[in-house]
Design a binder for this molecule. Sequence first.
Ligand code: BGC
Ligand code: CA
Length: 294
Amino acid sequence: MTESPAVECVAQPQARLGEGPCWHAGEGVLYWVDILGPCVRRFDPRTGEDMPVARFEERVGAVVPRTQGGFLVALENGMAFLDLPSGRLERLPPVDPRPTTRFNDGKCDPQGRFWAGTMDLGEKDPIGALYRIDPDGAAHCMTEGVAISNGLAWSADSRTLYYIDSPTRTVRAYDFNPETGAISAPRAALRLGEGDGFPDGMTIDAEGKLWVAQWGGACVSRWDPDTAERLARIEVPAPHTTSCCFGGPDFGDLYITSARVDLDEETLARFPLSGSLFRVRPGVCGGPSHTFTG
Ligand code: BGC
Ligand code: CA
């Protein structure tokens, strides 16, 4: 494993549950969410300013830009289009209105469909599912029996989807059909150890290696999904690292989100940067975050 490069704290908003970083190449900024804020935030690396740009009355799991402008957000029960700076919401039909679940992490595939999954609010029962939202707005349930739906990433050739259901500690791989958006042949690509916390958000780099944020593990780690080998580990001064995404002019900056929720006073005193946004240059680049074509 390689030595850990230095992680920089770029914003300290004390997010309760920072998540879902998404690089907006057109604006040259990072959008991310505080699920329990609940708000969408925007970090501008030119000025160092990090601000909430939309606030909600319910939890927000993810935000992605639309190709035509504006954003798509995953709210508790389903999706909505978000206009900024007005903050106006246009809701799509609810996907999962049960009070026992909420939407969590989400991301667009390279073809511009949006994928997001639900989780058990009690964080234990497999009552959630992974959904695919097509550009026409139709929601398709892709897999069920998920407890905490989390990270998603696609291989550069669009032939493989990687997906995390956190309590399983496993990153699963599926065959992905880029034309139809169908998934098949689920198998375990890699598994975190007992002392590693839980895999949360994830991204992929230009070499096809996975970057996994470790909830309870105070790090992001780089994995070869073909050999299940851990290649690098970057320590983050926040026990609950939640997600990561490449950005910057050369896609060589890895942005890392973190959370304060579920940490006791003593741990927060030891890790006061919990809930911050971090950045590191790991020496490998990623690619653009995909936009929603609907
Ligand atoms: C969820 C949290 C959960 C964590 C555990 C996050 O994505 O939003 O509610 O505790 O994953 O892995
Ligand atoms: Ca997450």
